[in-house]
Design a protein around this ligand. Structure first.
Ligand code: PMV
Length: 318
């Protein structure tokens, strides 16, 4: 719609995510397996007559002119999306967007990707209906304004939901809803910067090229086995694969003492555990036969834990 009449309000919501296998290695070309979780972010957008961009999130609120820039770096992806929509649709006014998040920020549960996906869908929905693939591409473009080297895996799972396999060359492949997989998430309470942890891994690769290549090969083999374990509902196998994946993550330097303590505390109640997301802080996921018992036990040990169901719906517009 070029310069056409915009809808007044448009809403969309997208789930958060965990990375089951393959974080960091996916940035360097291997496959990763991700699951959407039952915690969501909602974006509500309005077309305004005034030529302004108004952004309201828990990370900050700003109002700028349509050719100005946000002062808060975390708001740049939303600013990018608003400007893109205004220009694509020759909209003479502006856009106001409000983000409501049920996903903790900065701990690897996809709050940034889910907000880019929900915002891309709600803002574009003011003008036209776009297919999911296009919404996902816009969300990845928006994320790249703050983290240039993102693999795109997070936005793919927040868009499509369920469990997916992903690699940079062939994109995503749906793996269904992971029946039999029960997950507990434990939050270390430390916020991480994905960008700086990813830069640390690039340095590790530069200093240890042969070992990094070998680890990528091992990770690829592990992921092939883990995909079969997920498809077969082999929860014990998935747990063993998580433990193995954690060893590789420790070797490339993204783990730390607190994350390893959480993994040790989770051991009696789980089939296996690992960091999920960038590491350096953030969360640990465990595969467990009884999430309620595991959550109770972890909370008694002072760890902020919760059970996570798999979200099947992915992006929803309404
Ligand atoms: O968004 P986080 O913190 O869960 O980390 C993203 C996963 C990485 O593999 C480290 C980066 C990427 O873009 O895939």
């Amino acid at each position: 719609m070029q310069g056409g009449r915009a809808n007044l309000t448009s809403r969309a919501s997208a789930p958060g995510k965990v990375i089951l296998f393959g974080e960091h290695f996916v940035v360097h070309g291997t496959r990763a397996v991700l699951a959407a979780i039952d915690r969501r972010i909602t974006a509500v957008s309005e077309a305004t007559e005034e030529p302004v961009i108004r952004i309201d999130t828990a990370l900050g609120s700003e109002e700028i002119g349509v050719s100005e820039s946000c002062r808060t770096p975390e708001l740049r992806p939303l600013e990018f999306l608003a400007k893109k929509m205004i220009s694509m649709h020759s909209h003479p006014g502006g856009i106001a967007v409000k983000i409501k998040s049920g996903i903790p920020h900065g701990v690897g549960l996809g709050s940034s990707s889910a907000s880019c996906v929900a915002a891309a869908a709600s803002m574009s929905g003011l003008f036209a209906k776009y297919p999911r693939e296009e919404i996902c591409s816009m969300a990845v473009e928006a994320e790249r304004t703050i983290f240039e080297n993102t693999s795109g895996a997070d936005c793919a799972v927040c868009t499509h939901g369920g469990i997916i396999a992903y690699d940079r060359d062939s994109g995503f492949q749906s793996m269904g809803s992971g029946a039999g997989l029960r997950l507990v998430i434990s939050d270390s309470g430390a916020v991480h910067s994905t960008k700086s942890v990813v830069a640390g891994v690039a340095k590790y690769r530069e200093e240890n090229p042969a070992r990094f290549e070998e680890l990528c090969r091992k990770e690829s083999g592990l992921i092939r086995r883990a995909e079969a374990q997920i498809r077969d509902g082999d929860a014990a196998g998935v747990g063993r694969s998580m433990n193995e994946n954690q060893e590789y993550l420790e070797e490339i330097g993204v783990s730390n003492a607190r994350l390893e303590e959480i993994i040790r505390l989770a051991r009696p109640h789980s089939l296996g555990s690992k960091i999920t997301g960038a590491g350096g802080g953030g969360c640990v996921i465990s595969a467990t036969p009884s999430p309620d018992l595991a959550v109770k036990a972890m909370r008694e040990l002072g760890v902020r834990s919760f059970g996570a169901g798999i979200d099947r719906a992915g992006l929803e517009t309404f």
